[in-house]
Structures are given as C-alpha cells and as structure tokens.
Design a protein around this ligand. Structure first.
Ligand SMILES: Cc1cc2nc3c(=O)[nH]c(=O)nc-3n(C[C@H](O)[C@H](O)[C@H](O)COP(=O)(O)OP(=O)(O)OC[C@H]3O[C@@H](n4cnc5c(N)ncnc54)[C@H](O)[C@@H]3O)c2cc1C
Length: 468
C-alpha cells in the first residue's frame, strides 16, 4: 500500500464485502484476475452481520420459544424461558462462523483484503481512509457493491437507545416489553413475528392500507391475520409522528393516539450507499432514489460495474450475488447479461410467504389461469400441524408456468423448485407429471399444477380462473 498522493495500481478492485462484493471477488479470482477487496466494516455485509442471517436465527429462537403453544394437544407439554444474553451469543456465533467462512474463502482464492472506506477521486482512482491514514489506488476495473443503509424519519431520529434500527433491535440484550415497529414491510413483519413469539407486546405502524406493499393483497391479509394471532396490534393507514412523554404519537384517519413504547424500531426502508462512495464523481448516473444506472451487464461507466442494493430491483442478497457473477464475468471479458425471468421474494413471517413471478391478482387482471391448492389437503402440512395456507401456480395461455405463490409454514423451502420451473419455462404438465416425494410440502406445487391441468387429485375439480 502506498501512502500519500502516489497511487498503487490494482487489477480488479471490489468495493464492499457483502453478498454482492465478496461473491464478485471470488468470481474475479476464479477467472484469473488479481483481486483486491476493500471493506470498511465487516466481511459479509448487511446480510451476514445484521440482516438475513441474524434475523432468521432470531426467528428460529422465537419459534422454539413458541413451541409449547404450537404443540398443545399433541400430548407433549413443555415450558420455555428466554435468556436474551445467551440468545445474543447464539446469534453472534452463527454470524462469526459464516463471516469467518467468507474470510477463509477469500484468502484461499488469493483475494487481497484492505480494511478502510473507499471513495472515488477520479473515474479510475479511489482514496481509502483507514483511521488517520489515506491511501490511493488506481485500478483496471472496479465492481462497486457498497449496499444500502436504513432510511431515517426526521421527526423520529434513531438514538440507539429507545429509538433504534433493525440492527440494534436484533442485538438487544433485553426483551422490550412494548415494542413499536414503524414500517410494515418484510423487515418489520419478520421482527414483529420474532419479538411477539419471544413475549414482547408488539405494534406495527404502517402508513399504507396493507402490510407488505407490493405483495398480493390476499397474501398480505393472511400475514396480517397470522400476526394478529400472535397478539401483534396492526395500525395500518397510520403514520408515526414523534416521541412524547406518553409514548409514540401516531396519526391515523380517526385522529392521533400515543402508543406506550419502551422500544421503537424504525424500519421504513433502505437507501443505496451510492452517495457515500463518490460514484457521481466517478461519472456514473444516479437517480433520485440513489439507485445507480447500469446496463444489462451491470456496467455503470467504462470499467465501473455496480451491483446489489445499489441497483434497481429488489434489495435482496440473492439478487446481489447473482449480479456479482455477471459483473465479474463481464469485467473479465465475458458477454454475460443479468436477465433473470424472476427473482424470488420470501417473507419469514408466520405463515411464511413465497412470491415468484406473476401473482394471483395480476393473473386475474391478465385473464391467466391459476390454481390454488390448500395446505389443508396436504398430508405433510397436516403432520406438521400447520395446515393453513396454500400454493398457487399461475400459467400463461400456452400452459407455461409464470408464477408460484405460497403462504404457509416452511414455504420458503419451495422457492428453488418455483424459480427453476419458471426460469426453465416449464409447462404446467412438467410440474404435474414430475413425481414429488410423499409426504412433502413440495407435492403441493405438483397438486396445484395437476389442478391447472384439469385433473386435481386431493381437491375437487372447480371452474376456471382462480381454481382452488
Ligand atoms: C434486517 C434485515 C433482514 C434482511 N433479510 C434478508 C433476507 O432474508 N433475504 C435477503 O435476500 N435479503 C435480506 N436483507 C437484505 C440484504 O441484507 C441485502 O439486500 C444485501 O445485504 C445486499 O448486499 P450488497 O452486497 O449489495 O450490500 P451489503 O450487504 O449492504 O454490503 C455492503 C458492504 O459494503 C461496505 N461498504 C459500504 N461503503 C463502503 C465504502 N465506501 N468502502 C468500503 N466498504 C464499504 C459495507 O460495510 C458492507 O459491508 C435483509 C436486510 C436487513 C436489514
């Protein structure tokens, strides 16, 4: 590393060590480039350290805590107690195992790691700040994957104590008694599910008229019902105003109310970290939401590739990782494009949600056929004691599968088959005639396809459009 104004020359530089950046670095190294990765905080980014992984680990803990209620009537009696300190060390252990694994993979691939905050000073040059030192690097190609950060509410600033973001809530050492989540997107819904099961009194305040905007209305309704069953209060069509001595002031169509809250967690969305890395100075175009304009190959300017939460599309880890491969291939002379037919979306609520491709409401509007197979008719769902929910398969006029949507216990695990079917342009018949193992939840996809094909087995035949 050269300190001062002299710049060290690098081959392929990656900025940001999240699921986009570390995957890009690994692909670049595999393709024979000399790769340097600059990360300002922790390898693994938001996903591994404070996002996907600890949130799902906490949901598992919460499920375990709620187990006695779930198995009541099965002939098993149990009581549970929660030790938040141990919960925290359990979460930390999972995070450090996974981030340690990433560090090992990068080291085995020969990726050079630099700890520091990078910022473009010219289109082919970055300055990297590390403590008091500033170093300069030039590069042949760069892949930028600096991710996103939470959006703040100006009247409800995060103080890290009473008003927190998802990170502080996930890693709180004390269970809040009254928790208010401001924002009913997937992060708010998942945190509400976890903390309600752990024993907090939870309220979600959401400005829109439904939770999970962007998801099918019926699906969002089932998630809302599931939350209410857990005792979560839903204030839809309400806006959080400010913190007062009596609690959080919330305004809705019928006036304002103060909600008691020892913890308020603001989860109203995330904004891309495109402004903090000097991308504009590097000559790339950034829209009003902070998203970087990239072509299908994830190129934002000559030799500059941008991926992950910085680009249009769902801000999800698997999208970042998929873009990483394309950007690395193209930077190494390939001709790949990022052109997925679908990107799966999952909400780890109770019941869980899986959304892939055309949803049932869109299908109805477009006059496409769909078939809903209820989990009540699934042997596997019955044995698991969770027979609420359904799988819907949507087909186009040619009988090609264009959507798979499910609500129910463990439906996240159906994502692979759903995405593969749509990416491979499977016909309804392909799903219907593929032998699925019994008893598994996956059979429900086959059953819905059988229904679409007009020969349902475990539900009765019904008429067109949404068949069920
Ligand atoms: C609570 C929560 C739960 C989530 N759950 C899921 C889930 O279940 N499934 C899912 O797919 N997604 C989930 N996400 C979203 C997911 O975490 C992100 O979409 C994903 O991490 C984006 O990856 P990325 O590589 O673009 O950026 P990030 O993971 O944000 O990584 C960016 C990295 O760049 C570093 N960085 C930033 N600026 C600089 C700089 N100037 N110099 C050097 N380094 C820099 C950061 O420190 C960070 O490590 C969740 C997010 C949250 C907050």
């Amino acid at each position: 590393m050269v300190v001062g104004e002299v710049a060290e020359s690098l081959d392929l530089l990656v900025i940001g060590g999240g699921p986009g950046g570390y995957a890009a670095a690994l692909h670049g190294a595999r393709l024979g480039r000399t790769v340097t990765l600059i990360e300002k905080e922790h390898l693994g980014g938001v996903c591994l350290n404070v996002g996907c992984i600890p949130s799902k680990a906490l949901l598992e803990v919460a499920d375990a805590a709620a187990l006695p209620g779930r198995v009541a009537g099965w002939g098993v009696a149990a009581t549970t107690s929660i030790d938040m300190a141990q919960v925290q060390s359990h979460l930390q252990q999972i995070v450090s195992d996974l981030t340690g694994g990433v560090a090992q993979l990068l080291s085995q691939a020969g990726v050079q790691l630099i700890s520091g905050t990078a910022r473009f000073s010219r289109p082919n040059r970055v300055a990297v700040e590390h403590g008091d030192s500033l170093s300069h690097f030039e590069f042949a190609d760069v892949i930028v994957a600096t991710g996103s950060r939470p959006i703040d509410l100006p009247d409800l600033p995060v103080d890290g104590q009473r008003v927190v973001g998802s990170t502080e809530l996930l890693f709180s050492s004390k269970l809040p008694e009254n928790l208010v989540l401001v924002g009913g997107g997937y992060i708010g819904v998942e945190l509400a599910t976890a903390f309600a099961k752990l024993g907090s009194h939870v309220t979600i305040v959401e400005a829109e008229k439904q939770l999970l905007t962007g998801f099918d209305k019926r699906v969002a309704g089932l998630v809302a019902r599931g939350l209410e069953k857990l005792g979560v209060a839903l204030l839809l069509n309400h806006r959080a105003q400010k913190l007062e001595s009596e609690g959080l002031l919330v305004a809705g169509p019928k006036g304002s109310v103060a909600l008691p809250a020892d913890k308020i967690c603001v989860v109203v969305g995330r904004r891309p970290n495109s402004d903090t890395v000097g991308l504009r100075e590097a000559g790339v175009l950034i829209n009003s939401q902070g998203l970087v304009d990239v072509d299908a190959q994830r190129r934002a300017a000559d030799h500059i590739f941008v991926i992950g939460d910085l680009t249009e599309g769902p801000a999800l880890a698997h999208k970042a990782t998929a873009e990483a491969e394309v950007a690395a291939e193209v930077a190494c002379g390939g001709a790949e494009v990022f052109d997925p037919t679908v990107i799966p979306m999952i909400v780890f609520s109770d019941p869980q949600v899986l959304s892939v491709g055309v949803d049932p409401s869109q299908a109805k509007k477009q006059g496409l056929e769909s078939f809903r197979f209820p989990f009540a008719a699934s042997g596997r769902a019955r044995t698991m004691g969770d027979s609420e929910g359904f799988v819907t398969v949507v087909a186009d006029d040619a009988g090609t599968v264009v959507g798979v949507h499910a609500v129910g216990s463990h439906v996240a695990e159906l994502a692979g088959e759903a995405v593969l079917a749509i990416e491979m342009a499977a016909a309804v018949e392909d799903l219907a005639r593929t032998i699925h193992a019994h008893p598994t939840l996956g059979e429900s996809i086959m059953e819905a396809a059988l229904g679409l094909a007009g020969r349902p087995v475990h539900v009765s035949r019904v008429s067109k459009n949404e068949k069920s």
